[in-house]
Ligand binder design. Structure first.
Ligand SMILES: Cc1ncc(COP(=O)(O)O)c(C=O)c1O
Length: 395
């Protein structure tokens, strides 16, 4: 489904070569950052370059969108100023009072926006356990316009069967959108499994260096629904900036190799931590005992680089462990080349369903032995904090 003018290369090749982009003036192998926000009309009053103003469109943004659409095997992509901007634009493109089915376990801030803000616009949100197909069957109704999937989902990395949910959603005429931030197109291509839209927080793996905030939607086909999304981005001024788009495209060139290396390290850590006396439970889709392992094995080409652990000794010990690491960065977010650790309940706040003793680990590109040794010493030395609620901050 990718643009027929693109070379017939595999996704990894298309990304490494930025779909063949080059700089026409000097023949440089790297395109420039297109910073202009306004463009000169042709003498006959037309805009033949295809560019008129920077809010609807930008050439650097378009280049990164072309690469992402190719990676997802989609027809077109739209980049936004953040993952939240992308996700909310999709919802706001629907005509209220549309019903939306969303997972119970999902990225916390989007769940909060759906539950507390989207309803103010007249949308009706039905939260359901999308890992259970009987529950999905009961949740979708003829009024459902969108089924939102996140797989693997924050923070337990539960798996949703995209193809099965898409069949149920399409039977009532609803769109299916997948937040595939954690899987990335390296491991899952939701559009090829029946989804209509893929969403990423490109701030995570697609960029992968903790220095760009971005979001993207990719569509299977350009249709009326997609035109509405394009219109929301333009009218809300939610387009990504050109510098960020350029940095993102640079990062996409190494996405495949980063993800494979990070996922390999995550799998080794998950196996070793499962045997660690300081760990009560490990959540990683690649482990046989994980609830979603069978779906992951069928749906994913790799199990990704996110895992969570429950620390023996409870919440205070989990927070103390996070405070004792030396190599892992104690910070929120995920998907970068540096490994991150966080006590997730501190981020999500008192309403969180996240187990209080859970630490979320985003595995980067460091040596697995260094990562394991640091966790091992932190688990051994962790002393309970005086106040487990210190530092609660929502993102
Ligand atoms: C799975 C997932 N989806 C969406 C988002 C929101 O993305 P952003 O922070 O780029 O707005 C995040 C951010 O953490 C995320 O982890």
């Amino acid at each position: 489904m990718t643009d027929r003018t693109l070379p017939k290369w595999r996704p990894r090749t298309l990304a490494a070569q930025m779909c063949g982009a080059e700089e026409p003036l000097t023949k440089g192998v790297v395109p420039p950052v297109h910073v202009a926000t306004t463009f000169i009309r042709d003498p006959d009053n037309e805009y033949r370059s295809g560019f008129a103003y920077g809010r609807p469109d930008n050439a650097s943004v378009r280049q990164a969108e072309t690469v992402i659409a190719a990676l997802e095997d989609g027809e077109e992509a739209l980049l936004f100023a953040s993952g939240m901007a992308a996700a909310t634009a999709l919802v706001l493109s629907l005509e209220p009072p549309a019903r939306i089915v969303a997972p119970k376990e999902m990225y916390w801030a989007l769940r909060h926006w759906l539950a507390h803000e989207a309803v103010r616009y007249g949308y009706r949100i039905d939260f359901a356990d999308l890992t259970d197909l009987d529950v999905v069957r009961a949740a979708v109704t003829p009024q459902t316009r969108l089924v939102w999937i996140e797989t693997p989902s924050n923070p337990l990395w539960s798996l949703t069967d995209i193809a099965a949910v898409a069949e149920l959603a399409h039977a009532v005429g609803a769109l299916v959108a997948v937040d595939s931030t954690v899987a990335t197109p390296v491991f899952t291509q939701p559009l090829t499994l029946g989804a209509d839209i893929v969403m990423h927080s490109a701030s995570k793996y697609l960029n992968g260096h903790s220095d760009v905030l971005a979001g993207v939607l990719v569509t299977r086909r350009r249709d009326r629904a997609w035109n509405s999304v394009t219109s929301v981005r333009m009218q809300h001024g939610a387009i990504l900036g050109p510098f960020e788009a350029w940095l993102l495209m640079r990062s996409l060139r190494t996405l495949d190799v980063r993800l494979r290396a990070q996922s390999e390290t995550a799998a080794l850590l998950a196996a070793r931590l499962s045997r660690h006396p300081g760990i009560a439970q490990v959540f990683y889709p690649g482990l046989d005992g994980h609830r979603g392992h069978a779906v992951a094995a069928r749906q994913m080409r790799g199990f990704g680089a996110m895992l969570s652990v429950r620390v023996t000794g409870g919440e205070a010990h989990a927070i103390a462990t996070a405070s004792r690491v030396g190599l892992w960065r104690r910070a929120t977010s995920l998907g970068s080349v540096e490994s991150l650790i966080e006590h997730r309940a501190s981020v999500e706040g008192p309403q969180s369903a996240c187990p209080p003793d859970l630490l979320r680990l985003s595995v980067g590109l460091e040596d697995v032995e260094d990562l394991y040794a640091d966790l091992d010493q932190a688990l051994g030395l962790g002393l309970p904090c005086a106040n487990a609620n210190d530092g609660r901050r929502r993102t």
